[in-house]
Design a protein around this ligand. Structure first.
Ligand code: ARG
Length: 269
């Protein structure tokens, strides 16, 4: 199924502050390599037939490449992001302006939420993470704005601080398959694990090695799943479940705690 994605070139990518356990401002990083890895991710999507929109990168916002955090776009409406940390605060208005200019109906968030980092559409449900970044109160806003049932999921491991680092949507229900996901159970509280088991009995289960290379930070079109090439166990499980895994190397972006999905905001008209 063809999709539309918003991406932001990592022109100003850097690791200069630490807002998640992956980031080490003292460690070296390579912006040129980050750009070339991002270019191949973009080319991978284009080869799969997806349409890419671009937002201009802004100097001084090194994490702006992580477009998934820029908002949530469903049914032609954008629910804006409100970042937890001051370092990323200015990205919110930048993505909001883009959405307004692109003609989306913009709904301003009242509570902290980091867009598709924590808010993922999976079939008839919106799965919403909380615990590290997105405030629980924003889940009610999401339900009201999109009129879809929101399932709150409690994240418990600081390495998997956004829902999209612990769970990937594989099929949306709109792609001819029942909605399905892949996830790392231990990244969630016991109650949330039960909820996921009930809602997605056929989910693909990732292991800790997959999650430690941000393997769950994957983008699926219902058939092809673009994921970090290092997540070999997850790729095999996806293949067994009937998906086509497509490995990409975005190791440089992982130094900031991001993977393919973080770089990709889905635009749903
Ligand atoms: N350095 C960024 C942060 O900590 C990485 C964001 C990754 N994005 C995501 N959708 N998980 O906010």
């Amino acid at each position: 199924m063809q999709k539309r994605f918003l991406m932001c070139r990592p022109t100003h990518f850097a690791v200069t502050y630490k807002i998640n356990p992956w980031m080490d401002p003292a460690a070296p990083y390579d912006t040129t390599l980050a750009i070339s890895q991002w270019e191949s991710l973009k080319a991978t999507y284009e080869n799969l037939g997806h349409q890419i929109e671009l937002i201009d990168p802004i100097p001084g916002l090194p994490d702006m490449v992580f477009a998934a955090n820029g908002g949530t776009v469903i049914d032609g409406r954008m629910f804006t992001a409100q970042f937890r940390h001051a370092e990323r605060a200015d990205e919110g208005p930048a993505y909001r302006d883009w959405a307004e200019r692109a003609g989306y109906e913009v709904h301003d968030a009242k509570h902290v939420n980091e867009g598709e980092g924590d808010i993922l559409l999976a079939g008839e449900y919106v799965l919403a993470g909380t615990g590290f970044r997105t405030a629980h109160a924003s889940h009610a806003e999401v339900q009201e704005i999109f009129g879809r049932p929101v399932i709150t999921l409690q994240l418990v491991d600081p390495r998997f601080y956004h829902l999209d680092t612990a769970l990937a949507v594989l099929s949306t229900g709109a792609d001819g398959k029942p909605a399905n996901i892949a996830y790392l159970p231990e990244a969630f509280s016991p109650g949330s694990q039960n909820v996921l088991r009930q809602l997605f009995p056929n989910a693909v289960i990732a292991n800790i090695e997959d999650a430690e290379v941000l393997g769950l930070n994957a983008v699926s079109d219902g058939e092809n799943v673009v994921l970090p090439v290092q997540a070999t166990h997850l790729a095999e499980e996806l293949r067994k479940a009937g998906y086509e895994p497509i490995g990409v190397d975005v190791s440089e972006l992982r130094l900031a705690g991001g993977g393919p999905k973080c770089c990709t905001l889905e635009l749903r008209s």
